[in-house]
Design a protein around this ligand. Sequence first.
Ligand code: G6D
Length: 351
Amino acid sequence: MEVIEDVFGEIDGKMVKSYTVKNGAGMEFTCIEYGCIITKIIVPDKDGVKENVVLGFDTIEEYKDHSQYFGAVIGRTSGRIKNAAFTLDGKAYTLAKNEGGNSLHGGIDGFHNLVWDSSYESNSSGARITFTYKSPDGEEGFPGELDMQVIYTINDANELIISYRGMSDKKTVVNVTNHSYFNLSGNLKRTVLSHELRVKSDRFLELDSSFIPTGKTIPVENTVFDFRKSQEVGHGIDSNDPQIELVGGGYDHPFLLTTNNQNEICLRDPESGRMLQVETDEPCVVVYSGNSLETDFQIRGVQSQKHLGICLETQAPPNMINTPGFPSAILKANEVYSTRTKYTFALIEEK
Ligand code: G6D
């Protein structure tokens, strides 16, 4: 499979490489060493027209100036950690505060804002791009020296498999995800409000005024959070559900998954015929409908706007280190952190 290595740009004097993979089924995938960002995923529509289906830029400067984590790896922890603090084995840790008094998405210099080392392999069945980073003990306030790997594998089934692997010399917390904004219309022709979403989830996590889970789970039954059967993303956006209104008219919520590795999530765009199926070994997916996308810049010539993309951030529920009774994303010293999420791009008619 063809892999094109190139120079994407430079940050603080460090060159940032890009990798573009073209498979035999019409998919083209580009990622860069800065934040392991996925900058482009091109797949065909029902008429064979190949167009990009993620929010992304072609320059480092635009990512620095406008990106809200577009396509980036998120870590050490995804979501928010209340008061940017937690206690582990009786020891209190204070994280970088980058959203009011809380920690968001691993802090100011979280994984999204670092230049990773990289390598790639390619053969007739697929291509694999491996990003590595050694996070020093205490980086952004997190304990332990953490060796992290992020691996993107692309094959001829139009599958993107993202595998995360980490090991720390001290007990710590790790909860990594990818923050791609998907838009299956092709080259951002429309918002995602007419996309249809299905999620295998019976309960979602209530958020507080800082968008941090309260620890209470809410059944999706009879709410606009019920995506057990495919529903338009926009069907609940204007509802007066207090949780929809809280986050600015949309979704920004962790959904607890009822299965793993069984096509937990399906996003479809009937107009283009494109479909994205997602399966994961993670317990939860944060569905974020791009509620806070700004309107004062363009993305490859398209004016940014609210709901221009939807994020499907597979992960452990955020802030669980501070919420007893939930999986807490604790990684013991010298144990392996390992998770995997598969994104399959297909056509609605095919399935
Ligand atoms: C907003 O609350 C949301 C987050 O979930 C999202 O990741 C971020 O925008 C980009 O803060």
